[in-house]
Design a protein around this ligand. Structure first.
Ligand code: NI
Length: 168
């Protein structure tokens, strides 16, 4: 198991569209283990492969933050198939440490996702899990949550972020 370095806001690799997984491999098993480990280390709810520089459609989610192994979800080539309602609440991202902004997301989200063995399943999530589904699928499409805000607000957030992360 290894904690991998997380790419941060401004890295062009975070803006790439990731590729679908065709064949599963021991390397991908290791990637998934590392993603869980890295997310846990940073106390994040989820982490997508492109955030560690691997542009494949793989992400992990653990809404229990390491408390309950049964809540560990691996998303492979995930697609949102249904979304309902709305929730308004704070959102953050391990690639934009220190920034939390209120963002509207659907209340209930269903995703279709592949399993490592190649079969498919549908998972329905509400509240935090629905938010995580949207957030991680966005990463796989090269989108960060701050991109939902207009240019003025995004500039303000960027300045605040840069101030916080100024090398001292
Ligand atoms: Ni994120």
């Amino acid at each position: 198991m290894a904690v991998r370095p997380i790419l941060t806001w401004g890295d062009p690799r975070l803006k790439l569209n990731s590729a679908d997984v065709d064949a599963w491999s021991p390397e991908l098993d290791q990637l998934v283990v590392d993603l869980f480990e890295t997310a846990l280390d940073e106390e994040g709810v989820g982490l997508a492969a492109p955030q560690v520089g691997v542009n494949l459609n793989i992400a992990v989610i653990d809404c229990s933050c390491g408390e309950d192994p049964a809540q560990k979800l691996i998303l492979i080539n995930p697609e949102i198939t249904k979304q309902e309602g709305s929730q308004i609440g704070p959102e953050g991202c391990l690639s934009i440490p220190g920034i939390h902004e209120v963002l509207e997301r659907p209340k209930k989200v269903t995703i279709k996702t592949r399993r490592p063995d190649g079969t498919w399943t549908e998972i329905c999530g509400e509240d935090l899990m629905a938010r995580a589904f949207c957030h991680e699928v966005d990463h796989l499409r090269g989108r960060l949550f701050v991109e939902y805000f207009g240019p003025v607000k995004r500039q303000v957030i960027k300045r605040r972020y840069q101030k916080q992360h100024k090398p001292s």
